[in-house]
Design a protein around this ligand. Structure first.
Ligand SMILES: NC(=O)c1ccc[n+]([C@@H]2O[C@H](COP(=O)([O-])OP(=O)(O)OC[C@H]3O[C@@H](n4cnc5c(N)ncnc54)[C@H](O)[C@@H]3O)[C@@H](O)[C@H]2O)c1
Length: 420
């Protein structure tokens, strides 16, 4: 039985814990959070009230002889926590994306885990979403020919999504704790991951980014485009783009975050559309859902994946099951630390491009250039959080008005919220 510890009992811990709750090979031994009350509430909610709680992660690591640790904290803490766990001899370390807030820290994590012979995993769950796995299988079979273009639209909708604490936003809007902004760097890692994995690429050649700060603190709307490296001069070059759109009045009830993703991939023979991921469709309103994978090829529209589980939680469960197997039986985690570092490089590029108003090449995002400050993401000037409060008030006001005007909104409550 592998002994598991969790560091950080914030929002995402509810999803990261699921794979362990369902596993016969692991036992959750302890959790740690500087906010002990929050950790206790989480254990209560997970039905694990006898699990030990620590305030100091070092004490948990020193006392509990863990086999796996999950690091679910703000990004600037990922390196020091990984270093401590690796040096304490924990064989499996899973770090929620992004690997770290700087490339320098990413590299230090890779090196310490190599030295200490530790399996370091970057936890990027889109890579395990059943619909995306199906899409990858079809793409690898050549269903739309050679891949030419990747496009993803990330839409921040009106939700409503799951309730979230203010603290979880505060560290995300600060570059020195997040590494970039909440959309392009933090959430974006998933999207950069899809842009490489689905397209069968390990990196890009260059990126141009246009990032707006409409609400004052959120790095959205934004528009990012890139070129993949050309391997063969006889083949057409491949490109990709990513949009972050704010659509405050799209009613889109979600168990999770109030955002979703739509992907379009063009190939030499056809086109593939992937509809939804994070929010995954209207589970709460139980309305019709898009087919998850649609392909246009040979003059015919085909759809795939309607039988697959659509709930986003399966991407987390699958990812955790995979890592348990790696720690038990050996093999490479998905993703490795090195691959996690590459995703951070990709996610930094649009900011540096925006700051320098030019295309940025992959080779420019290095530890050396972080040290000489040539590729440091800058904190946007005149950040005004009141812009976001105003935006959220507007979203809520519009939703109330829509309900008064006849929108059928079914208020979702977690079971535990009904308890006295
Ligand atoms: N895969 C996904 O889709 C996804 C979604 C959301 C967040 N994340 C990632 O998960 C990580 C955590 O995000 P979150 O949304 O849960 O954040 P959060 O702010 O909700 O939770 C972070 C928790 O860490 C705790 N913490 C802070 N410092 C600590 C310390 N020194 N020791 C112990 N605990 C400490 C905080 O008290 C808080 O409870 C981040 O890396 C984030 O990018 C991933």
């Amino acid at each position: 039985m592998l002994r598991v510890g969790i560091i950080g009992c914030g929002d995402i811990a509810n999803l990261n814990v699921l794979g362990y709750l369902g596993s016969q090979d692991t036992e959750l031994i302890a959790v740690c959070d500087t906010d002990i009350k929050k950790a206790g509430e989480k254990l209560e909610r997970w039905g694990l009230r006898t699990v030990k709680i620590y305030k100091d992660y070092k004490k948990m690591v020193d006392h509990e002889d863990l086999d796996i640790v999950e690091i679910l904290t703000p990004h600037h803490l990922h390196f020091p926590m990984t270093e401590y766990c690796a040096q304490a001899g924990i064989p499996g370390i899973s770090v929620q994306k992004p690997l770290a807030h700087t490339i320098t820290d990413c590299e230090k994590m890779v090196q310490v885990c190599k030295r200490e012979n530790v399996k370091l995993k970057l936890f990027e769950n889109f890579r395990f979403y059943p619909v995306f796995l199906k899409a990858k299988e079809l793409l690898d079979q050549g269903i739309i020919g050679e891949l030419l273009n990747f496009r993803i639209n990330s839409i921040g909708t009106g939700g409503p999504g799951m309730p979230r604490g203010l603290n979880s936003l505060i560290w995300r809007v600060k570059v020195d704790t997040c590494g970039g902004g909440p959309w392009v760097y933090d959430d974006g890692i998933h999207k950069f991951s899809m842009a490489l994995w689905l397209m069968g690429e390990g990196r890009v050649e260059k990126v141009y980014g246009w990032i707006d700060y409409f609400t004052g603190v959120m790095d959205s709307p934004s528009y990012i485009f890139w070129k993949y490296p050309s391997k063969n001069s006889d083949k057409p070059p491949k490109y990709g783009s990513m949009q972050f759109t704010l659509a405050p009045n799209v009613y889109y009830p979600s168990n999770y975050y109030d955002c979703d993703e739509y992907i379009e991939i063009s190939g030499t023979k056809g086109i593939m559309w992937l509809n939804q991921c994070t929010s995954g469709g209207n589970y709460i309103s139980k309305s019709l859902q898009f087919p998850p994978v649609v392909v246009y090829v040979d003059g015919v529209v085909k759809s795939f994946g309607e039988d697959l589980p659509r709930d986003w939680r399966y991407s987390f469960i699958n990812s955790t099951e995979h890592f348990i197997n790696v720690v038990k039986k050996g093999g490479k985690p998905i993703y490795t630390g090195e691959e996690g570092k590459n995703l951070c490089i990709f996610a930094k590029m649009p900011y540096i491009s925006q700051q320098q108003n030019r295309s940025i090449y992959w080779e420019e995002i290095t530890i050396e250039n972080e040290q000489n400050k040539e590729c440091i993401v800058e904190q946007p000037e005149n950040m005004d959080a009141s812009g976001l409060s105003k935006y959220n008030r507007m979203k809520n006001r519009d939703l109330r008005k829509a309900i008064r005007d006849g929108l059928k909104h079914q208020q979702f409550k977690y079971q535990y919220e009904y308890e006295e």
